[in-house]
Design a protein around this ligand. Structure first.
Ligand code: SF4
Ligand code: SF4
Ligand code: SF4
Ligand code: FES
Length: 462
């Protein structure tokens, strides 16, 4: 038996659904409420396809092919229906994919992740994460006007998280002698200039195993790039010592240097000096932005040296800093502002908050692993087109069984957790008010395996 799939004649097997047939044939059909091998009921309509013979749309995840069908999975009409389905799912989705502080940081530094380590008492881990992400973090605290603190959600409850103070505190506790230099990869690179961009490029290349030397014309590193008197000399000295402890060499008072002995070069682009050269093209004096530009140049040079091309390594430059994979602008859900009810609710809950940072940890635990976000990104959705009144409260996170957290405001009510747990999750109410909940006493019947089924950040591992 056969059908036509996007105009191509293909066989189908008994019991095989259209989505299984399409995927077996290498045709991608997105899905949210479907997971292979799990119990499910079609509800999200993200897998919609159309039969060109009848003109009808149907969910590929729950429809069996019938002889004579001419299935269309990729026309504009199909695409539009999928977009509308995703937009409807997002219409009462009260959540931030990324914390606003990270979005506002010119270096894209993941402040919430640092705060999580800090709040968990992993001070060394927080310190290392900070240095890896900002390279000269204490210096930046003096130079940067902290757009992160201006957008911090905590200020809607009382006052912003003291992000700069936390960073200064962490940086001040750095024990340079405890820094372990990464193993070498046998290749040598040079970096021209010791601005935050040059030092960040050098630090990142050293982390990748390159033997790295920074060449600075002035008598001191970093200092010429800082407005006089803005950063204490001891702070600059401590930052440079930490960088050097990773194995980066810093040469000052340099005249003309020949880079022929080096495998590659990161330069400021004033003159092409090496056949394998990555140029820092930053047209900014914003110091945190310079860090990101340095990471980008390092990634670009590493790509050149590893033979993966000299293309723009772009936003992949950061590990915990920087932007989105493959330079794709990821969809970002955002709360906007807290409603008055949310504000009161959060104020009450955070009154007994013992976390030393006071951070709300706004970003989503599943931001790198969310099928809803992937779908919204793939379909180019910038922000939800529809919005409706919702009683779901942002950041209302509950424990839901061993090792499992549940945040109802991120749930798309797909039912996968309901159909795949016995006496676990259940639906409550009907229509637009339908909610998924875990009745008291059912906690023992759910476990972390449900997070693999959940297509959103509503269920997450604790
Ligand atoms: S559930 Fe997905 S879309 Fe929603 S905030 Fe989390 S990552 Fe973003
Ligand atoms: S509360 Fe925490 S995660 Fe949220 S914006 Fe402030 S620092 Fe960032
Ligand atoms: S919590 Fe359950 S119903 Fe909600 S999105 Fe996740 S799997 Fe679906
Ligand atoms: S209706 Fe098919 S994946 Fe949701």
């Amino acid at each position: 038996m056969y059908v036509y799939l996007n105009g191509r004649k293909v066989d189908f097997y008994d019991g095989e659904t259209v989505i299984e047939l399409a995927r077996r044939e290498g045709v991608e059909v997105p899905s949210l409420c479907y997971a292979r091998g799990a119990r499910h009921r079609a509800s999200c309509m993200v897998c919609s396809v159309r039969d060109r013979v009848t003109g009808q749309f149907f969910p590929a995840c729950s429809t069996l092919p019938a002889g004579g069908m001419d299935i269309d999975t990729d026309s504009e009409e199909v695409r539009q229906l999928r977009v509308m389905s995703i937009e409807l799912l997002l219409s009462d989705h009260r959540a931030d994919c990324e914390a606003p502080c990270k979005t506002a940081c010119p270096a894209g530094f993941d402040i919430a992740a640092m705060n999580r380590l800090y709040d968990a008492g992993d001070i060394d881990g927080a310190r290392e994460f900070l240095r890896d992400g900002l390279v000269v973090p204490a210096t930046l605290c003096y130079l940067c006007n902290a757009p992160c603190e201006r957008v911090c959600r905590r200020k809607d409850l009382d006052m912003p998280v003291g992000i700069r103070e936390i960073k200064k505190l962490l940086a001040a506790g750095t024990r340079a002698e405890a820094i372990v230099p990464p193993a070498g990869n046998g290749r040598r690179v040079a970096v021209v200039g010791s601005s935050p961009a040059g030092l960040s490029a050098a630090y990142r290349l050293r982390r990748l195993g390159y033997e790295t030397t920074v060449f600075e014309r002035a008598e001191a590193a970093l200092v010429p790039h800082i407005e006089a008197g803005k950063v204490p000399a001891a702070t600059v000295a401590a930052e440079l010592e930490a960088i050097e402890r990773t194995g980066v060499r810093i040469a000052t008072s340099c005249g003309e240097v020949s880079f022929g002995d080096y495998d590659g070069l990161v330069s400021d682009g004033s003159a092409a000096r090496h056949p394998r050269e990555a140029v820092i093209t930053a047209r900014t004096r914003q110091p945190a932005r310079l860090v990101l530009e340095g990471f980008r140049a390092a990634a670009k040079l590493a790509a050149i040296l590893s033979g993966k091309g000299g293309g723009d390594a772009g936003d992949n430059a950061g590990d915990n800093a920087g932007g989105d994979a493959d330079n794709v602008r990821l969809f970002g859900s955002t709360y906007g502002r807290f409603s008055e009810a949310e504000r009161l609710d959060l104020s009450e809950r955070s009154a007994g908050d013992k976390r030393p940072s006071r951070c709300l940890h706004c970003d989503c635990d599943r931001k790198t692993d969310c099928r809803l976000r992937d779908c919204a990104t793939r379909f180019g959705i910038k922000s939800p087109r529809y919005s409706r009144e919702t009683s779901l409260r942002a950041l209302d996170r509950r424990r839901a069984g061993a090792g499992l957290g549940f945040e109802a405001a991120k749930c798309i009510r797909c039912g996968l957790c309901v159909y795949n747990s016995e006496n676990g999750f259940t639906f409550a109410a009907r229509g637009f008010d339908m909610r998924v909940m875990l009745p008291p006493g059912n906690e023992a019947n759910v476990d972390g395996r449900l997070t693999e089924l959940c297509p959103t950040g509503a269920l997450y591992a604790l």
